[in-house]
Design a protein around this ligand. Sequence first.
Ligand code: DGT
Ligand code: CA
Ligand code: CA
Length: 365
Amino acid sequence: MARTVLHVDFDYFFAQCEELRTPEIKNRPVVVCVFSGRTEDSGVVSTANYVARKYGVKSGIPIRLAKSRLADAKDALFLPLDTEYYKQVSEKGMSVIRNNVDLFEHVGIDECFADVSVRTGGDFAAAESLAHRIKDEVRTHTQISCSVGVAPNKMLAKVASDFRKPNGLTAVRPEDAEKFVAALDVDKIPGIGPKTRDRLAKLGLKTAGDLAAFDLYRLVDEFGKKIATYMHNAAKGVDDEPVEGSEGEHKQIMRIVTLKQDATVASEMYGDLEEICRSVHESTGKKSLAFKSVGIILILNNLETITRSRTLKAHAGGLDVLHSTARAILDEAVTGGMKIRRLGIRVSDFQDSGGQNTLFDFMQR
Ligand code: DGT
Ligand code: CA
Ligand code: CA
């Protein structure tokens, strides 16, 4: 089944963190510096806010150069790194994201990948609306803006998150993937830096489209099999790298179904709920797994996704417990005005955490 992957990247991150704790500086050029300490000005720019970027200040340039570019802007600020503080802001934001996705892969202090295929049931529009909600929630909890890419794989999601910045959201639907990449310059493909770009230029390849149309065997001769294959696939919008969730995240069992007709009250879903519980229980029972966390997923007809979960006092394995807990969560979650299109149940936090099975399976109908 098709995957849906998000890439979230916090905007001008270190500089935005500085603006967060000193909001008065927002309209001034803010340059976060890695001072080497040799002389007052030696070192490089870590990042800068968008006000400073207008003057040509960007990551990696010498502080001295940044100062000369900002010579006319009298109110420019040059601040030292405060990594501990940025980490705290990052962790807050990341935990908001983690709570809204199926699999979460932390990449760096300001970015992550997430797989949302299961909770959006392969519905791309639902993934887009989930991405909007994640942006909003990150903003509410941290005041930080981010840019998000939604796509059928990690490579495209990363390119997409970078496509419109800051505060962007770019969705690349599976059917548009090939066309979307084809138009990009080759160095927009993650992993293709200036050196590779120049080597590709010598072969007459400027855009990903050029690269995709180029003979793979000649590319292999030039770059070796591994890199050539990656580049050729990426240029066509193809990438099979899975989102590497943490151990615990894989250990969940989830079922999600589309209701025969939209439900507006919990009781209309009791029949389906029972059926899904049975199916989930069949999987846990087969593997003799006791679970401690039970959750429900509701996808509304406006594609909003609502998830609620409950932690049991002790591990349980019985269908009764599963069913009564799920029903209680459902009763609480459904409020007036909702039109529910899909219903899902998830159990996790297993006692028998040994074994190497990936228990991440699901059913659709
Ligand atoms: P963005 O995402 O384009 O709005 O801006 P940033 O600043 O978030 O850029 P990004 O995502 O490439 O990097 C995240 C953080 O990593 C950034 O806030 C500071 C740090 N960083 C990035 N590039 C460099 C660099 O060349 N040198 C140093 N020292 N730090 C860097
Ligand atoms: Ca960033
Ligand atoms: Ca980044």
